[in-house]
Design a protein around this ligand. Structure first.
Ligand SMILES: *Cc1c(COP(=O)(O)O)cnc(C)c1O
Length: 475
């Protein structure tokens, strides 16, 4: 950063605040509470405002530009959601208030539960989990409780296709299951022969990311569900990619027993650096008694909190990430059933349009009509330019890089998810940047190896940055 840091412009005695006149007797603070040696910068209010405003501008966000980060559904977060979430009556409530005084908030949660049930075709929903991966852990813990309640504790294996999201095996392992990986066939579907061989009475279930991480709809989904059910297993659906299916197909109807929603992806609540997530779980009839509580139930006009009889217990303090419920509820009600269907249709249309523009430059991993995202091989043959270089160079053109080197089953993967909220004009501009970068790779590859050139810091050692971040000012 070329601008001076607060510590560098610190001037003794300068303050960024003005306190009101003291109208009570001054009393010294108790010993040990004030650290007089704490080296805080002393700056004016304007210095402070500029510092934080500059910092905020270094943060790439969906409100400033295109963010095609595959698997993350970085769609626009409509501002009406924020307006609803700041309604006085909703922000001033406390989860420990008596239920009679929380009826409005509980009604909103109840209606959100009902909407999610209807959207995905489930018999019950709990809003508790705080994110997608947390929803997965909740789901597999329910699967474990279900099998144990039937005297089938020997079901300790979970089958996971190699095209699944990385959180699926992690959640299964965390819940104490053994993960068995299934291969994909040449069309990117689950290999049915391998599936049939793996199914026996030690299988607790299968976790299917659908659409999978190649952005492809599982063509044999009904057969996969039937096969797993026939051996006594349960079907877990990773619903993080529900954006492709809204109003078109319901996972519950397809045969899934449990699925998590990502309110922060599909239903436009802010995420990434922008806010907490929310990962409600939906379940079929037989898992309803195991849902984590509390969930909101209704008797006539009264809403109350209850925990199902065989519940796996709480997975989150209080009600979950309540502010996200308000935003997702607003989004669902603003769209209505037709609007939600059109979200999915446009998400899929945008992805296929962009795929058509980009595939002349980068070959698509599996050439099929994609759902809401697609994966290409992002290196430039005949040069030493790799997908990572292309991703970094996109930053110079003002675009957030796509997800790269994921899924692991595609060499030099770039995973691109445009979302429905982007215009044709933006998609065209992104495709033009890709074409220019491929041209640069042939004429001036060093430009790409050293990219980005327009950011305060260029290539980071990403492992070191994550493991050993330097978060304090070092003069
Ligand atoms: C994002 C995502 C997850 C994990 O969700 P988080 O909210 O980030 O924990 C799981 N599966 C898929 C397919 C995803 O895209």
């Amino acid at each position: 950063m070329s601008e001076p840091l607060l510590f560098e412009i610190s001037t003794p005695g300068r303050t960024a605040f003005t306190l009101p006149q003291l109208d009570v007797p001054a009393t010294p603070l108790p010993d040990g509470y004030v650290r007089s040696e704490l080296p805080l910068p002393e700056v004016s209010e304007l210095d402070l405002v500029r510092h934080f405003t500059r910092l905020s501008q270094l943060n790439y966000c969906i409100d400033t530009n295109f963010y095609p980060l595959g698997s993350c559904t970085m769609k626009y977060n409509p501002k009406v959601n924020e307006k609803a979430a700041s309604i006085e009556g909703l922000i001033q409530v406390h989860p420990l208030q008596p239920e009679e005084t929380l009826q409005g908030s509980l009604a909103l949660m109840y209606q959100l539960q009902e909407a999610l049930k209807e959207i995905a075709g489930f018999a019950g929903v709990s809003l508790q989990p705080a994110a997608g991966a947390h929803g997965e852990l909740t789901g597999v813990l329910m699967m474990r409780a279900y099998h144990r309640s039937r005297g089938q504790a020997q079901r300790r294996k979970i089958l996971i296709p190699d095209s699944a999201h990385g959180t699926n095996p992690a959640s299964s392992a965390m819940a104490g299951f053994t993960v068995v990986q299934l291969p994909s066939d040449s069309r990117g579907n689950v290999d049915l022969v391998a599936l049939k061989q793996a199914c026996d009475d030690t299988v607790a279930g299968l976790m299917l990311t659908n659409p999978n991480t190649l952005g492809l709809f599982e063509e044999h989904v009904l057969e996969v569900c039937e096969t797993v059910h026939a051996c006594g297993g349960l079907m877990y659906g990773d619903g993080a990619n529900l954006n492709a299916l809204l109003g078109i197909a319901r996972p519950g109807d397809l045969g899934f027993d449990v699925m998590h929603f990502n309110l922060h992806k599909t239903f436009s609540t802010p995420h990434g650096g922008g806010g907490p997530g929310s990962g409600p779980v939906g379940v079929s009839e037989r898992l309803v008694p195991f849902l984590p509580g509390p969930i909101v139930a209704r008797e006539g006009d009264r809403f109350y909190l209850m925990t199902p009889e065989k519940s796996i217990g709480r997975v989150r303090s209080f009600f979950g990430n309540y502010g996200m419920f308000v935003r997702a509820y607003t989004y669902i009600r603003m769209h209505g059933p037709e609007g939600l269907r059109s979200v999915a249709e446009h998400a899929v249309l945008n992805a296929n349009y962009l795929k058509a523009l980009i595939s002349p430059h980068f070959p698509v991993a599996v050439e099929r009509t994609c759902m809401h995202e697609f994966v290409v091989k992002g290196d430039v043959p005949g040069t030493d330019v790799r997908a990572l270089d292309v991703a970094k160079r996109l930053i110079d053109y003002g675009f957030h890089p796509p997800t790269y080197y994921f899924p692991l089953i595609v060499r030099e993967a770039l995973m691109i998810e445009p979302t429905e909220t982007e215009s044709k004009r933006t998609l065209d501009a992104f495709a033009r940047a890709i074409a220019t970068i491929v041209e640069e790779a042939r004429t001036n590859p060093a430009l790409l190896h050293e990219a980005p050139h327009t950011t305060p810091v260029s290539r980071l050692d990403e492992v070191k940055a994550a493991r050993n971040p330097i978060l304090c000012y070092r003069g």
